[in-house]
Write a protein that binds this ligand. Structure first.
Ligand SMILES: Cc1cc2nc3c(=O)[nH]c(=O)nc-3n(C[C@H](O)[C@H](O)[C@H](O)COP(=O)(O)OP(=O)(O)OC[C@H]3O[C@@H](n4cnc5c(N)ncnc54)[C@H](O)[C@@H]3O)c2cc1C
Length: 401
């Protein structure tokens, strides 16, 4: 196996490095390191526009639609630099999720209207899949869309809608046929402007005290039929295509690598049970070694998936393996980080993770933000489809059980 970069790849890595040095403000990078949730929509837009101007906003899109045409190794180099520089994570709903659905299944008018706006970050999206009572059993969703002339009238509610309070548009799964033989056959995929009358967004506060999630209510919301992606009642096919992309995006290898580095730094100054540095504590070393080994294996699987995608294979059910392993490794690292700083993890305020905070944290700087990250990422094994459901998918569609 070729593990060394070629001269061309090393030159590309330099180019990437120069881009981050020139375009990522240290202030923004520091906010991401402390808590990425406090990156403002405007900072986000500015950063994404810098990537767009360089032609690097959508590495996973085909070149004809604005992708980069990078090899898996180039994507790997870029992603590694992205995490190492603490660049703000792209809002995933446009680039990772609805964009590929639109260029694959959308009408020419939808492509012309939405793809440039997504690439330029002029429009932010959110994902309207889950409903109260329809999460894992998503096909049971009840938000209803009834056609009236050249519009659908939408009634119902979506829940756990990340970023709906910032979003300009929502892509939503709606029921268009209540009589279909199978629940999956009565669902359509709609693109809905969030400023349409009848939409109400109510906040849900997360365990760490932050506002990321919402419940979105639809009351007689009129949506042009031309905003339906693909065929009526075929929405489940498009929904599943999107979920494959969503899961592949959550492997988070480079991000976890950064956590390993941070953990090692902390362990070099914290004290272990034997009175020496935590980094020399045999039990700690064994636990860190185990997570690092799992991360190494995940990295190989991730590269294999990227390579298969490159050959036109698309992201298959194997994406579920990335989702399961990536999120479990991230949670294991978060727990180790908490344990490494010990009691300093306990006093905790989300406010301390804000760059412009007026409060002085009563703990070492290295401990700030670890608890909020730990609490927030408890949800990682739930969102994007819970890991139990991913195991069912792997059993059925990968192992053929
Ligand atoms: C932070 C966060 C952000 C989210 N963002 C969005 C978003 O932007 N848009 C959106 O549409 N949704 C979003 N979700 C919703 C997410 O997709 C659902 O929470 C998830 O699919 C699980 O559904 P549920 O919460 O209804 O749990 P349930 O489906 O009620 O599951 C409860 C438990 O039972 C288990 N379970 C259920 N069925 C099975 C089974 N057949 N076999 C084994 N175990 C099973 C589950 O694994 C879980 O542990 C988000 C969720 C979170 C936590």
């Amino acid at each position: 196996m070729q593990l060394e970069f070629t001269a061309g790849e090393r030159a590309f890595a330099k180019e990437v490095e120069a881009f981050f040095e020139a375009n990522l403000e240290p202030r923004l990078s520091e906010q991401v390191r402390r808590n990425p949730s406090y990156v403002s929509k405007e900072d986000m837009r500015r950063w994404q526009k810098a990537l767009y101007d360089r032609g690097w906003i959508a590495p996973n899109w085909p070149e004809e639609h604005g992708g980069t045409g990078w090899t898996p190794t180039q994507k790997f180099i870029f992603e590694e630099a992205y995490q190492r520089h603490y660049a703000p994570r792209l809002s995933p709903f446009g680039i990772m999720m609805v964009g590929p659905v639109i260029y694959t299944f959308g009408s020419e008018a939808q492509k012309a209207e939405h793809l440039p706006a997504i690439l330029k970050s002029d429009v932010f999206w959110c994902q309207g899949y889950s409903e109260p009572g329809s999460g894992s059993d998503l096909a049971s969703l009840r938000t209803r869309a009834v056609q009236d002339g050249d519009e659908y009238v939408v009634n119902g509610s979506k829940i756990w809608t990340s970023g709906a309070h910032h979003a300009d548009w929502i892509f939503a799964l709606v029921r268009t046929d209540t009589e279909a033989a199978k629940q999956q056959q009565g669902i359509s995929f709609l693109l809905i402007d969030m400023t349409t009358p009848g939409i109400e967004v109510r906040p849900i506060i997360s365990m760490d005290g932050g506002h990321y999630l919402n419940q979105v209510f639809f009351t007689d919301v009129r949506v042009p039929v031309s905003n339906r992606v693909g065929e009526e009642n075929r929405g489940w096919t498009y929904a599943k295509f999107l979920l494959g992309n969503e899961r592949a995006g959550v492997a988070g290898v480079s991000k976890s690598r950064m956590k390993v580095e941070r953990l090692k730094e902390i362990a070099s100054v914290e004290t272990g049970t034997n009175g020496g540095a935590l980094a020399d504590d045999p039990e700690f070393r064994a636990r860190l070694g185990e997570v690092e080994a799992r991360l190494g294996a995940l990295e190989i699987v991730n590269l294999r998936t990227l390579a298969a995608e490159e050959k036109g294979g698309g992201v298959g059910p194997e994406a579920s393996i990335l989702k399961i392993c990536g999120t479990e490794i991230e949670q294991a690292l978060n727990e180790l980080l908490i344990e490494a700083v010990g009691v300093d993890a306990i006093p905790y305020s989300l406010e301390w993770t804000r760059l412009d905070t007026n409060e002085e944290p009563p703990v070492a700087d290295r401990a700030v933000g670890l608890m909020s990250e730990h609490l927030l990422k408890r949800a990682a094994t739930i969102y994007g489809g819970s890991n139990e459901i991913q195991r069912n998918i792997v059993a059925k569609h990968v192992l053929g059980l």
